[in-house]
Ligand binder design. Structure first.
Ligand code: XIL
Length: 451
């Protein structure tokens, strides 16, 4: 909670005309400084989508890693930190520290978080594979429940089950402790448990080699269709999209995304990386982005790492930034495909930041206001927004911001608490309680200024 400021009650009542003017919900925007180049996140936001990356907590101390993350991306996926062996290495003991570091970093800057992953045969502690069926069932459900409740309300999408199908032409389930001991029903059970644990999170099934129409993706498709027809909770399908010359971007990639979307689920590109270099790599990336943009329900793209230096397939240089964090041709191709501009001046002029007001609660004597501050097409390092009250209203409490006041006591200038940087398109919110003192007028929200 922020500071408390109790006001005087001596101001005269406001005229009707002014009250009417001030009750209008304010949306204010101001462009400051030279137009900056677009970023992946801002360009994707312009298309109503997030652009994310896998992040490893280990590298959050490396300045160019963090600045590239903060500037370019609007969503993060912990690369390993939420996996079973990281959060429940021994039964019933949960360790969330490394993943929390990533989640807090992201949420503090207005980025979204994908949860990865709850039930997977890999990076699974041996105590889990050693359990008998009924113990395994309760361990699985407990794991899902505990982990999801820890981050309840903070994760936009969870990979509930990862890689449960076999490669090749069989269309069969992959052998795993879950499959072998609990049978086909384990996936459905995991999704039902997940829905109960955090009803706000989108629940995804995630896999690889399902990017085009093939036996494996057909099997997943049939499962999703069955789930939708029986009301088993599933909201999204993740397509990992790890590509190389042996496994290139399929020509029916877009058609495959679309057929899943047509089942009534969102589709997300969850772990994109494409081995290669130069123009051919750039072209493949561009094709993936264009496919997503062509599918209305393709809600976002996540690349599996920021820099080639730390890629899980580093020798294939599959990412958008090279090992010195320089932008590769693939970066420019992605940005261009997203409709962005890297020329530093040719992009659509936009606001550096915007401030949007909503009344979030009201009582007879007071109401709460929330202002969402959103960065425009470029990252910003700080912001400020003015909130002007109708006397004799007074602000009694504020949160998630540092307020200062003009001499009249009616104009509050809100600045960030600590680090105010926001990635392009990213947002944060602050709030305040207004004591009405007889006037329920909405505050007037001034322009958001940024630097
Ligand atoms: C990989 C990580 O990138 C590596 O650091 C780790 O050693 C192994 O797992 N499919 C997935 C991801 O769902 O979790 C995998 O991530 C890559 C393949």
């Amino acid at each position: 909670m922020g500071m408390i400021k109790w006001g005087r009650r001596s101001r005269a009542a406001l005229s009707l005309t002014t009250t009417a003017l001030l009750t209008t919900t304010a949306l204010a925007a101001l462009s400051t400084g030279a137009e900056a180049a677009d970023t992946l996140g801002s360009a994707a936001a312009g298309k109503g989508r997030y652009f994310g990356t896998a992040v490893a907590a280990n590298y959050l101390g490396e300045a160019p890693y963090v600045s590239t993350l903060n500037t370019e991306f609007t969503s993060v996926t912990p690369e390993n930190e939420m996996k079973w062996d990281a959060v429940e290495r021994s039964r019933g003991t949960f360790t969330y520290g490394s993943a929390d570091q990533i989640v807090n970093h992201a949420l503090g800057r207005g980025m979204q978080v994908r949860g990865h992953t709850l039930v997977w045969h890999s990076q699974l502690p041996s105590w889990v594979s050693g359990l008998g069926a009924s113990d395994l069932r309760s361990a699985m459900n407990n794991h899902i429940t505990q982990v999801m409740q820890h981050w309840k309300g903070k994760i936009h999408s969870w990979d509930v089950v990862n890689e449960a199908f076999q490669d090749g032409n069989s269309g069969a389930r992959r052998s795993s402790p879950f499959q072998d001991k609990l049978g086909n029903g384990f996936i459905e059970e995991a999704f039902r448990t997940a829905r109960a644990a955090d009803p706000a999170a989108k629940l995804c099934y995630n896999d690889y080699n399902t990017d085009g129409v093939n036996a494996k993706s057909n099997a997943v498709y049939n499962m999703v269709r069955d789930f939708k027809s029986r009301g088993v909770p599933i909201d999204c399908v993740g397509f990992q999209s790890h590509f190389n010359s042996a496994s290139p971007v399929p020509s029916d990639y877009q058609a495959n995304l679309q057929r899943f979307a047509d089942l009534g689920v969102d589709v997300q590109i969850t772990e994109l990386d494409i081995e290669g270099s130069g123009t051919s790599q750039a072209t493949s990336y561009s094709n993936v982005v264009r496919a997503c943009l062509a599918v209305t329900r393709c809600t976002g793209i996540t690349v599996w790492g920021i820099t080639d230096k730390y890629s899980w397939r580093a020798s294939g240089t599959p990412l958008l930034f090279d090992s010195n964090y320089a932008k590769k041709p693939a970066y420019t191709a992605v940005l261009t495909a997203l409709g962005g501009s890297s020329d530093g001046g040719g992009g659509t002029p936009g606001a550096a930041c915007t401030a949007t007001y909503t009344k979030s609660a009201e009582w007879s004597d007071r109401y709460n206001g929330t202002v969402t501050v959103r960065a425009g097409s470029a990252a910003i390092s700080t912001w400020s927004v003015t909130v002007t009250l109708t006397p004799p209203q007074k602000v009694s409490t504020t949160w998630n911001g540092t307020p200062s006041w003009d001499s009249s006591g009616n104009v509050m200038t809100m600045r960030p608490n600590g680090n105010g940087s926001l990635a392009a398109g990213a947002s944060t919110s602050f709030g305040f309680t207004v004591m009405k003192n007889g006037s329920s007028a909405a505050p007037s929200i001034g322009a958001c200024t940024a630097s």
